[in-house]
Design a protein around this ligand. Structure first.
Ligand code: FAD
Length: 317
């Protein structure tokens, strides 16, 4: 079922969902089940699975030369989605990214997804391979999420690559990312909203936000979206702080601000156990407020570690 239908059917009740990462290459599907099982008591109508581009590793040869080898660290998104649907009978939402994929590879993946009965996709650009080089599109691939979205929207109209006859119309419900604190490459919020509006006008039916730790950022973002004519459901993406290192890593990686109160409370902790308690308690309060604000879904970035999310969800659902 489409995410928009799940939200409509809930009749204003806030739903629970979460995101998983495929396990690193060489691990088994049981890692995925171990990450899902503890969260099934909260009846998630859908579960997201991230997509990852290939990486490079360098192999040193006896003659001293370095060989650059391309490999996928976290393969398996499409198969994991199929396994989730089969085992748990909930909708799986694969992410699709531009980086690392040609248009033909994307089309083949979309055909597989459609054959598997997957109704939703989250369409993204993907991050740069190296932070300092900026995002470099893959030859024959897409440069922005808008371009990838156009490809999916075209398939929904029966337009496939290099086909001049009308083909089967897929019916993917398309989601996109939104940034309450602005995407770090956007020169300003106004430009960021311009592209977000473009995505919705091109067919995006829901938005999932980057994580945030101050609910006023979410409320202002929703307000600004509505003022800019963006009227689709906006699903808050959430992640509790569980270690003191995240005071540095989260702002650095995700380009967000951590509230002073939260930062001070974590700095006052005597050990990592206390930090985790503070992070979880903060997120419980955030979630309670988001439910009151009418958030359609609370969507957790679990990083495949279900325990903190379970503790939070038990206080809310
Ligand atoms: P875009 O919408 O392409 O935007 C990128 C930048 O370009 C923005 O600054 C925007 O303002 C600007 N822009 C947008 N469209 C245009 C245009 N047409 N012309 C000019 N400028 C434009 N990464 C992964 O690798 N795998 C994942 O599974 C994954 N899942 C994610 C899930 C969520 C909910 C979120 C929030 C992020 C996820 N990411 C994932 C990270 C994401 O790929 C990065 O944040 C990336 O830097 C931007 O993706 P985007 O889809 O927002 O890009």
């Amino acid at each position: 079922m489409k995410i928009t239908e799940h939200i409509e059917n809930a009749g204003g009740k806030t739903l629970f969902s979460f995101e998983l990462l495929p396990p690193v290459k060489g691990k088994s599907i049981s890692d995925i089940y171990d990450a899902i099982d503890p969260l099934m008591e909260f009846n998630p109508p859908f579960i997201d699975v991230t997509y990852h581009r290939e990486d490079y590793i360098y192999k040193q040869h006896d003659n001293g030369l370095l060989e650059k080898v391309s490999y996928r660290k976290r393969p398996g998104t499409v198969a994991i989605c199929a396994a989730i649907m089969n085992r748990y009978k909930v909708d799986a939402v694969p992410h699709l990214i531009c980086g690392g994929f040609t248009k033909e590879e994307t089309e083949n993946a979309l055909i597989d997804l459609q054959f598997l009965g997957i109704d939703n996709v989250l369409v993204l650009r993907g991050d740069a391979r190296h932070a300092d080089s900026g995002f470099i599109p893959t030859p024959g691939g897409h440069a922005y999420a808008t371009d990838l979205l156009e490809q999916v929207a075209n398939m929904n109209k029966g337009k496939y690559l290099f086909e001049d006859h009308d083909a089967y119309q897929t019916d993917f419900c398309i989601g996109v990312a939104g940034y309450p604190e602005k995407h770090f490459e956007a020169p300003n919020l106004k430009t960021d909203f311009k592209y977000l509006k473009q995505k919705v006008d091109m067919g995006a039916e829901f938005i999932v936000t980057q994580m945030f730790f101050d609910n006023s950022k979410y409320s202002e973002f929703v307000e600004q979206c509505r003022a800019n004519g963006i009227n689709v459901p906006i699903i808050p993406g959430l992640k509790p702080i569980t270690s003191s290192k995240q005071l540095i890593s989260l702002p650095k990686i995700f380009h967000l601000d951590l509230p002073e109160n939260l930062t001070e409370a974590i700095q006052a902790c005597k050990n990592e156990k206390e930090v985790k308690e503070v992070g979880i308690e903060w997120m419980i309060q955030q979630c309670k407020e988001l439910v009151k604000l009418g958030a359609p879904v609370l969507h957790f970035y679990t990083m495949s570690n279900p325990e903190p999310t379970r503790r939070i969800a038990r206080e809310i659902f």
